[in-house]
Each structure stands twice: as structure tokens, then as C-alpha cells.
Design a protein around this ligand. Sequence first.
Ligand SMILES: *[C@@H]1O[C@H](CO)[C@@H](O)[C@H](O)[C@H]1NC(C)=O
Ligand SMILES: *[C@@H]1O[C@H](CO)[C@@H](O)[C@H](O)[C@H]1NC(C)=O
Ligand SMILES: *[C@@H]1O[C@H](CO)[C@@H](O)[C@H](O)[C@H]1NC(C)=O
Ligand SMILES: *[C@@H]1O[C@H](CO)[C@@H](O)[C@H](O)[C@H]1NC(C)=O
Ligand SMILES: *[C@@H]1O[C@H](CO)[C@@H](O)[C@H](O)[C@H]1NC(C)=O
Length: 854
Amino acid sequence: MRRLILCLLLCLTTFTQKALASVLAIDYGSEWIKASLMSPGVPFDVLLDRNSKRKIQSTVGWKKQDRLFGSDAFNLAGRFPSDSFSNLKYLQAAPFDSQTVSFYTSISTADVFQTSRGTVALRRSDGTEWSVEELIAMQLAYVRELAESTANEKVTDVILTIPPYYTQHERDAVVDAVEIAGMRTLSLVHDGTAVAVNYAMTRSFSEEPEYHVIYDAGASSIRATIAAFSSVPGNTKKDTATSIAIKGYGFDRNTGGVELDRRLREILIGDFNKKHKRDIREDKRGMAKLWKEAGKVKAILSANADATASVESLAWDIDFRSKVTRNQFENACKDLTLLYAKPIFDALSHAGLTLDNITSVILTGGASRTPMIQTAVKAAVGESKIALNVNADEAAVLGAALHGAGLSRQFKTKDIRVSDITPYDIQASYQAESKSETSKSRTINTLVFPSGSKYGGKKTLSLRRKDDFTLQLNYKGSPVPGYPADLLEVSLKGIPEALKNLTEAGAVDPIIKATLALSDSGFATVPEAVVFGEIKDDTITGKLKGLFGGSASSSSETDSESETAARPDTSATNSSAEEKEKPLAKDTIPLELEVKLSSSLPPMSVAEKRTARDRLRAIDFAEVAKRRHEEARNTLESYLYRVRDLLVEEGDTPFRKCSKEQERTTLGAKLEETFAWLSEHGEDAGTNELVEHRTALEKLEYPAVHRYKEIEAFPVALNNSQKWNWSARLFLTEARLALQDEASGGEPGKYTQDELDALEKTLREHEAWLDDAVERQKRVQMYDDPAVESAELYSRAKVLESQLHKLVKKKAPKKKKKEAESSSSSSSSGAGASSTPTKTGEGAGQSGGHRDEL
Ligand SMILES: *[C@@H]1O[C@H](CO)[C@@H](O)[C@H](O)[C@H]1NC(C)=O
Ligand SMILES: *[C@@H]1O[C@H](CO)[C@@H](O)[C@H](O)[C@H]1NC(C)=O
Ligand SMILES: *[C@@H]1O[C@H](CO)[C@@H](O)[C@H](O)[C@H]1NC(C)=O
Ligand SMILES: *[C@@H]1O[C@H](CO)[C@@H](O)[C@H](O)[C@H]1NC(C)=O
Ligand SMILES: *[C@@H]1O[C@H](CO)[C@@H](O)[C@H](O)[C@H]1NC(C)=O
């Protein structure tokens, strides 16, 4: 693992440019959120939350006005049972009257109600209402902020893991939450597939496919994925790529860690009710506290034969204690035993394989650690097939990040090609054209994407129709009991006119061709429909073309690999817009499409999403303003105490030494005034007012602070001035001597007399000014403002320094004899200095520094 991370890091830093955008992967589970960030320069790993935890509880909640996330929000449930929202994943696109929602209300103390779309929304204790999408969006936005503070840039592209069994409605709910959170869905990826990518990252495979089961036992469900790993030719002759082909799925949407928690809580409820002769179910707070306790007890029972539940003041001031044995717990779950391994066999039969074909069963997901689940799976597949070689908590999110990085094509990662499939049959339905006015029309269903069809594929449906009609896409049968099957409804418009035009142009027997697509994120759409009719070409060449089976296609249903990106196509866009992209042949006329999304469970409308986004933004703004206000208040407060300390401290403190009596009195008065103001108006004072009060005090404190700083700065600045004074003097002496030598030798001098005189003048002025400045400063008291500011010392020395610098840099004029002499004379000024015995050691040190600077 270490090596993988290292290699990735190298790849990232070697191949990335500055313009790269980060890719955020989120594994949004019923209980935990895990995230991972692919960002240039950021080590590839799981994203840490503010407490450096590797996973965040999937909860958002409110403590009065304050919004909280993660365990802070989860822990609120015991006190504010209607203001803490957990396990929201269950509710994504769940019909209000479904079994799913009644299960949710059995485990949650939140207040649910039905939206106009038929889905679920939640109501806080203060009456404000939030859709499931909005509450999940808040958590996604929270993760986005974590990612942004890690990447130090905006993060917008996100890839999310979802269970393979998610319906199109549920996928829409995920994508909508991402949109409300201000991000873009790069792709959705099935969690088992993401684990397969993670598994393949560090392994190599032969050309012969190797089959593995990814067994993922999570909080809400258990799913099994059959993945075929093999080596395939890469982009160049030398390269090979890894292929991951998903072959089958099996799942149980109801059995998972949460159901075990529920059963454990039932044991505790039973015990409480028996002991205390009251029904704890009547107390929301008590139920919420017991829910948390059940989770704890379950974890203890994973490693121990018994555990004690203990909740102080559970309800009605009763301290509750109860001992639970693992036996007791497992007995309460006995009916589930047969269900744990069933998804594996469902997936095998979906894939048309048997256990013999499977190399290993890779366990992942938090609940896969539960002893009774592991025991059941071992018994069903044989212990030798069990593999514990991926990180049960993090494999999915890390795999998703790698997959997302691959899709974004911005990062150089291992070449892994994933082909995924749909677990559901998807069919197209339409009314047959009625032969006569009276006859009843019948519905024709065509299975276009049978379960097991590849994502990213397209099909063409060819029909003979005379009039406009409507095409429906739906699941064949309900995908989940109580969930609707309809996906979308597409009206094809303008058929009669298109038929007439084509016929007039000489087309024979035109037909309607509708393209149906299954996107990489699992969305079924109808991207386009056309009327097509072969136009007879009566020229000789035309006839010849016809002879050789020319251009006209005759297949009625064709498969083709899609060239579309992995971005989910929510089919809400105008498909007719596509017609402009490619020039159409004469024999093809595009039809206008009107797309209507599922009427029994529609996703959020554009307007609803915009409103939701605005609501979330408003909260964000309010929270930022509040934080700034608190900060301003806190800084003012601590500043007040600091100034008070300065004023009351006895003795020769720097502050006392550097301030006048009068100044301290004024500051003290202002301080007391501000204290009084803060205690009276602090609560409702604006952020600006708080800042202004601090500024006013700082102005009064400033003179003393400044004097103190100057007292410290003056000697250092003086040193600097003397250094340049001294260096210039040294230089002049040497240069004048050299000039004399050169003049007597008849050579042209390196420096002219004028240049040296000019430097001398500047030096004298500087010296005179410096002498005077030092004298003036000597007379100044500590509590007086400085006579000369250190800044002025520096700027005056700078004048001397740059003039000196210019001369030292000057090139010697051309001369007939060796150059060495004059150049050595200039450099000897430094070298000579450091060895001049008349100078003290400190001078030598300075000269060294001076030479470096020049
Ligand atoms: C699965 O195993 C059976 C029996 O061992 C074998 O006949 C079959 O070819 C295998 N299938 C695949 C796809 O490897
Ligand atoms: C049919 O032909 C008419 C006349 O050329 C043209 O205005 C119209 O746009 C065409 N309709 C379609 C659907 O191509
Ligand atoms: C489709 O196009 C029409 C006309 O340009 C427009 O009014 C409508 O809002 C569009 N629908 C969608 C879903 O973009
Ligand atoms: C001035 O420079 C000398 C020699 O480098 C050093 O010993 C002395 O501490 C310096 N004084 C200040 C105030 O920096
Ligand atoms: C400047 O340098 C000269 C020669 O090194 C020295 O005599 C003089 O005191 C210095 N003046 C100041 C103000 O440091």
C-alpha cells in the first residue's frame, strides 16, 4: 500500500501541470462518509476531517441555531431527537408510502412528511422543512470544504459511489444533491466496481480472465459483485491495460449493519420495558440514546461474548443498565443467517458462473467484520475462498478516486478499463398504431437493455409509424417493492411532415429510428430520434452502389459503444439540440423530442434545485458572518484583557518605560469605556463596530508600542549604516591608491577621479547626517518618540550602498596589458579588509557579509 501511494505521488507530480483540477471521490454511506482527493501535490489518501478522522458520520443536525456535522450532529440526537438527521441514504428517492420509509421511521426519531413529488422530506423542531436532497447536499458541501482546504483551491468535480441496485430515480437524487452542494458529478460508480479498481491497482493479471466476488456488507445492505480481471492490449504495442468486466450482481437491500443495530436495540427495549414497566418507545430522546448505545454494544459483541449497555438517565430519570450476550444477539438475528451469503449466489447466477469459477471472495464493508456474517459467508463459500486483502472501510472510496482520476484524463494512473452492467431489465413501451378508429390500441414492450447490458451502450429502435407517438422507458417490473418502474417518457414530434418530405424526395418506405442509450453512470436516455428513408439514386453510379450493398443500413437494432463521457446524462436537456452537431444525410430528418421524467417519482425540477441551492448558500453566508462576528468579538475581548494587563503591571515594564503618564491615563479611560460598551452591547454589536472599537484602542496603544520597537530596531539599523559607511571608506582608500598606480604606469584607470569624488561626497554627507542623528537620538527619553526612525537610517544607507554597488560592478576599461591587476585590486578591497589587522574581528565578519551581498 505504501508503495502504491508513493508511486501514485510520483506519477501525480511528474505528469501534472498547474491547470489540473482536483477530483473528489465520496463514498456516502448510511452511517459513514468517506472521501478521497486526487489533487496535484496532495498525497493520495483518504481525506481527513477537522478532527483528523478518516471517516465522518453521515449526520447533519442543529443545536438550536448552530448547524453541526458528523459525530457532533449524531450525538445531538439524545437531546434534540428531531434535529439530528442520520441514515438519510435510505430516503434517497424513496416513495413516501414504501416499506423503506416505514423502516426508516422505525430506526429514526426524525419527523418525516411527504413532498409534492411523492418523496420524503424532514421537519426540524423549529418547523423548517428540508428535502432529503438538501440535507445530503449539506453534508456533501461539508466534505467539499474539507477537500478545498486540503487542496487549497476550489473543488467541483466529484465521483460518487452508489450501490449497484440504485434505480434511476435514486441516481437522480444523488446527482441532484451534488448539484445543490455546488459541485458537478463526474460519474457515479457502483461501490463493488470501485473496490475492484482498488484491488486491481496493485495487481497484475493474465490474459485469461480471473473471477472474483466483491462481497460488500454495508450499513444498509449487502451486495455481491462478480468481477472478471484480465490483461488486455494497451494503447501502444508494448503496453498492457487491466480490464475489469463486471459480470453479475446480487444484493439484499434490507440486510445490513443498521438492521443488526435495530435488532439489538429491540433487545434493549424489551429489557427496559420489562424492568421498568414503561414503554421506552414513547420517549424520543430515550429511543435516540438507545440507538447510539445499540451501536456501541454491537461493536463490543464483535469481539466479546457479552457486553453491558449503560445509559444514564435514559428516560424518566431512570439509569438503564442491561447485559447482552452474543448468543442472545445472534439468536435475535437467526432468520437473517440464510440471507447473508445469498447475494453471492444471486450474483453468480446473474453472471452464469458457479463457485468453481471464482478465485476468491473479497470481503469489504464495515458489517463484513461482524462475526455472524463472516461465519455465514465462510460456511457458504468455503473458508479457503475468503480474502481479506482490501481495506474494508476505504477500498471503495480509494478505488472511486482512482477511477475518477482516470475518467478526468488529467492524471496519469494505471490503465484500468472498467465495463459495468445494469442489474435491471430496461424496456421501451409504446402504443401500437390502431388499425381503425374503433379497435383498442395495445401496448408494445421491447426489452432494450436486458439485465447485464453494458453501461455506455446504445441501441436503435426501428419502427414504422405514421403519426407522432410517445415512447416510454421503464424497468420491466418494479425494481424494489413499492418503487415505481417508469423512467421517462419521450414524445416524438413531426413524424407526418418528415415522412411526407422524405417520400417526396424519393425515399422508399421511410422508418422511425430512435436511439436509446445507457450512460456510464447507469442512466437510460433517448438522445435522438430520426426518420430515415433510403432515397433511390437513379444514376448509373447510384445503381452500382446499390448493387454492392451501398449506404443504406438495414439492421433494426444495433449495438454500439458510446463515445459519450462518463458524466451522467439526466436526460433533462433538449435532445433536439444535438442535431446541429453532425451533418445529417439527405435521407435522414431529425425529430423533435419532448422529454418528461418519471411522473410517479420525478426528480427535483430545475427551479426546486435553484431554490435549494439558494437556501444552502444563505446558511453558508450566515455561518461565515457569524464566525467573523465571533472572531471579532473574541479578538476584541482578549485585546482588552491584554491592554489591562499592560496598564496594571507594576515596575519597569517595557510598556511603562515607553509611555507617558498622560497616555496611560487616556488609554485606561478608553479601556474602561470599551469594557462597559462590550458588556452592554456586545451581544448585538455588528462585526464592524467590534473592529472599530479595537482599532480606536490600538491607536492609543500604538505610540508606546512603536517607541519600544524603535528602541530595539535603532542599534540594528545603526550597525547597518556603519557597515556601509565603513565599506565605502575602505573602498575609496583602495581605489584611490590603484588610481595613482595606474596613472604612474600610464594605464587608463578603472575608475575616474570624478566617480571617486562623487562617492566621497555621498559618504561624507551620510557620515555627517549619521553623526548628527546619533547625537539627537541620545538625548531622547524612552517615553518620547524617536528623533530618527530606523526606517530613515535604512533608506539613507541605501543611497550610499547603491552608489558603491554601481562602482564595484563596473567593468575595467580595455587595456593592452594583463587585466588581472586592476580586477584584483577591486576584489582585494574585500579580501584585504578581512585580513587587515587594524580591524576588529567584528569588522571581518561584516566584511564577509558585505562581499556576499555585492
Ligand atoms: C466455469 O467452470 C465450469 C466448470 O468448472 C467450466 O466448464 C466453465 O468453462 C467455467 N466458466 C468460465 C467462464 O470460466
Ligand atoms: C419539409 O419541407 C418543407 C419544405 O421544404 C420545409 O419547410 C420543412 O422544414 C420540412 N420539414 C422537415 C421536418 O424537414
Ligand atoms: C427545450 O427547448 C425549448 C425551446 O428552446 C425550451 O423552452 C425548453 O425549456 C427546453 N427544455 C429543456 C429541458 O431544456
Ligand atoms: C552590531 O554589529 C556587531 C558586529 O557584528 C555586533 O556584535 C553587535 O551585536 C551589533 N549590534 C546590534 C545592535 O545588532
Ligand atoms: C564612518 O567610518 C569612518 C571610517 O571607518 C569612521 O571614522 C567614522 O566614525 C564612521 N562614522 C560613523 C557615523 O559611524
